[in-house]
Design a protein around this ligand. Structure first.
Ligand SMILES: [Zn+2]
Length: 114
């Protein structure tokens, strides 16, 4: 990776960490977008399974979208901020990752048997 790309990546990661901090402090709208640099990012939450929470960041000005896994119910989680369309995607992702785990296990077994 060139150093220019490395700087851009670090910058992007730093901005995503900033978004996480904003969400934790209760700033849920008009956050700085790491991609288009508009103050157009909003925070949304999902609860795809019991005790499973995700925080989503969606930009209204470009297609920037990222999500964070939460270890506990986010402090500002509320039904007003809950996106059922994203929640459906999250529960699909959860199901797929469980499926993938099982498949990897099977592949492991096949490899060690072969
Ligand atoms: Zn944007």
């Amino acid at each position: 990776m060139s150093s220019v790309n490395r700087v851009a990546l670090d910058d992007r990661v730093a901005k995503q960490i900033q978004l996480l901090n904003d969400a934790r402090d209760g700033r849920l709208d008009k956050l700085d977008c790491p991609v288009c640099h508009e103050a157009a990012v909003s925070v949304w939450f999902t609860n795809p399974a019991d005790e499973t929470y995700r925080t989503w960041f969606l930009c209204g000005a470009c297609d920037f979208c990222t999500r964070a896994q939460e270890l506990e119910r986010p402090h500002f989680f509320s039904d007003d901020r809950r996106r059922l369309d994203l929640e459906e995607r999250d529960s699909e992702i959860l199901k797929n990752s469980m499926f993938k785990d099982r498949r990897n296990e099977r592949n492991e077994r096949l490899r060690s048997a072969g």
